[in-house]
Design a protein around this ligand. Structure first.
Ligand code: F6R
Length: 360
C-alpha cells in the first residue's frame, strides 16, 4: 500500500535511496575497484563493436543517458525509439549488442524491436525490473535493476535505477573493449556508493514544492540540459506533462536558439540543468531565455555560478558528472509531483495512460 503517502508516486520517489542501493549491491568489486556484473565474465563484451539501445518513453530517456555515457567512454552507441525501429533500424550483425531497456519487460514496441534485432543476428540484452518478463525470457541476457514494484503510472525510481545500471554496464563494456578500466572509474565508484545517502539528503531538503507553487500559473514549462543533462531535460518535461497535463518541453540547451526560443516569454519558466559538462555554455543559453523575460530556475550545486545568474535554485550535490543529472532528475520529479498535486490531478493514474503499453 501507499502507507503514509498520499500517492504511490511520492512513495516511489522517496524509495530511491533504497532502490539505488539494491541496484548497485554486489555489482562493484571493492577489492579490484571494478564493476562486477556477475552474469558477465570479464571480457564477455570483447567481440562487440557497437551498441544500439531500444526503448520507449522514460526508458528511452534512460537509454539515451546510457548511450551518451558510452559515447563519452569511446564506445559507438546510439539510442533508438523502439517504435521507430521497424521502419529505420541501423544495420546489425553479431558484433552489435542491442540493449532493450524496459521497466515492465512487456512493452510491445520494445519487444518488437528486440525480436527484429534477434532475427537479424544481433546479440541482445535487456535491462528490466521484472524477473520472468517477456523481455527477460527472450533476450540472450538480462540485467535486473532491482527497483522493487512500481505502481504509479509515472516511472520514477525505475528511471534512476535504469540510468545507474546502464552507467555501470557502459563502463564494463568500455573496460572489456579497452582491456583495462578507464581512469574516471576511480571517481565514479565512490560517487555511486554515496548516491543513496545523498539522494536521501536531497529529498529531505528539496525546495521543489515552493517552486511548483511559485510558478503554478505559467503557460508552459521548459527544461534544458547539455550532455547527460539533455536526457534529464527530456525526462523532466515528459514527467511534467504526463501528470500535470500542462504543456512542457525538453530541449538540448544549445538547441534553444535554433527555434524554441520563439516560445520563451515571461510566462514560461525555464529549468536549466547543470551537470558539469560545459556548464558555461548552458549558462549562456539560460541567460538568452532570461533576457526574453523568462524566469530561470537553475538545477545545480550550491555555490555554482548559475545560482547567482538565475531567479531560483534547486540544489543538487557536487558529484561526478556521470551522475549529477540523476540528482537533478529527482528534483524535477518532486517538482512535477507537487505541481500536479496543486492542480489536484489523479497523480498515480493520469488520463489516457497505462502502466504497461502492450499494444503497438
Ligand atoms: C512515463 C512512462 C512511460 C514508460 C514507457 C515504457 O512515466 O512510464 O513512458 O517509460 O511506456 O515502459 P517500459 O519501461 O515498461 O518499457
Amino acid at each position: 500500500g501507499k502507507g503514509e503517502y498520499d500517492h504511490f508516486m511520492l512513495k516511489e520517489i522517496t524509495e530511491q535511496p533504497t532502490a539505488l542501493a539494491q541496484a548497485i549491491e554486489g555489482r562493484i568489486d571493492p577489492t579490484s575497484g571494478r564493476i562486477g556484473l556477475s552474469a558477465f565474465e570479464p571480457g564477455s563484451f570483447e567481440a562487440i563493436d557497437s551498441v544500439q539501445f531500444v526503448a520507449c518513453g522514460t526508458s528511452y530517456h534512460a537509454a539515451l543517458y546510457g548511450s551518451l555515457a558510452l559515447n563519452q567512454a569511446g564506445v559507438q552507441a546510439t539510442a533508438l525509439l523502439a517504435n521507430e525501429y521497424s521502419v529505420a533500424a541501423p544495420p546489425v550483425d553479431e558484433t552489435t549488442l542491442v540493449i532493450a531497456v524496459t521497466q515492465s519487460g512487456e512493452t510491445a514496441d520494445t519487444l518488437n524491436a528486440l525480436r527484429q534485432a534477434t532475427a537479424e543476428g544481433a546479440r541482445t540484452l535487456t535491462v528490466t525490473n521484472v524477473v520472468g518478463s517477456t523481455a527477460a525470457r527472450e533476450a540472450d541476457d538480462a540485467l535486473f535493476i532491482r527497483a522493487g514494484p512500481e505502481i504509479g503510472v509515472a516511472a520514477t525510481k525505475t528511471f534512476s535505477s535504469q540510468a545507474v545500471i546502464l552507467t555501470l554496464l557502459g563502463h564494463r563494456i568500455a573496460t572489456d573493449l579497452r582491456g583495462e578500466p578507464s581512469a574516471d572509474l576511480e571517481s565514479l565508484l565512490p560517487a555511486l556508493e554515496s548516491m543513496p545517502s545523498r539522494i536521501h539528503e536531497l529529498l529531505e531538503h528539496s525546495d521543489a514544492e515552493a517552486i511548483a507553487e511559485q510558478y503554478r500559473d505559467s503557460r508552459s514549462y521548459f527544461f534544458i540540459g547539455r550532455g547527460l543533462g539533455y536526457p534529464v531535460a527530456l525526462e523532466g518535461a515528459l514527467k511534467f506533462k504526463e501528470i500535470t497535463y500542462e504543456h512542457a518541453e525538453g530541449f538540448a540547451a544549445g538547441e534553444l536558439k535554433h527555434g524554441p526560443l520563439a516560445l520563451v516569454t515571461p510566462e514560461t519558466p525555464v529549468f536549466a540543468i547543470f551537470t558539469g559538462q560545459e556548464d558555461e555554455k548552458t549558462l549562456k543559453n539560460a541567460e538568452e531565455a532570461r533576457t526574453r523575460g523568462a524566469p530561470v530556475i537553475a538545477v545545480c550545486p550550491d555555490g555554482h555560478p548559475a545560482v547567482e545568474a538565475a531567479d531560483e535554485h534547486l540544489s543538487i550535490p557536487e558529484t561526478d558528472s556521470d551522475l549529477a543529472g540523476l540528482f537533478a532528475n529527482v528534483q524535477l520529479q518532486l517538482l512535477s509531483y507537487y505541481a500536479a498535486d496543486l492542480l489536484d490531478r489523479p497523480i498515480d493514474k493520469p488520463r489516457n495512460l497505462a502502466k504497461s503499453v502492450t499494444v503497438e
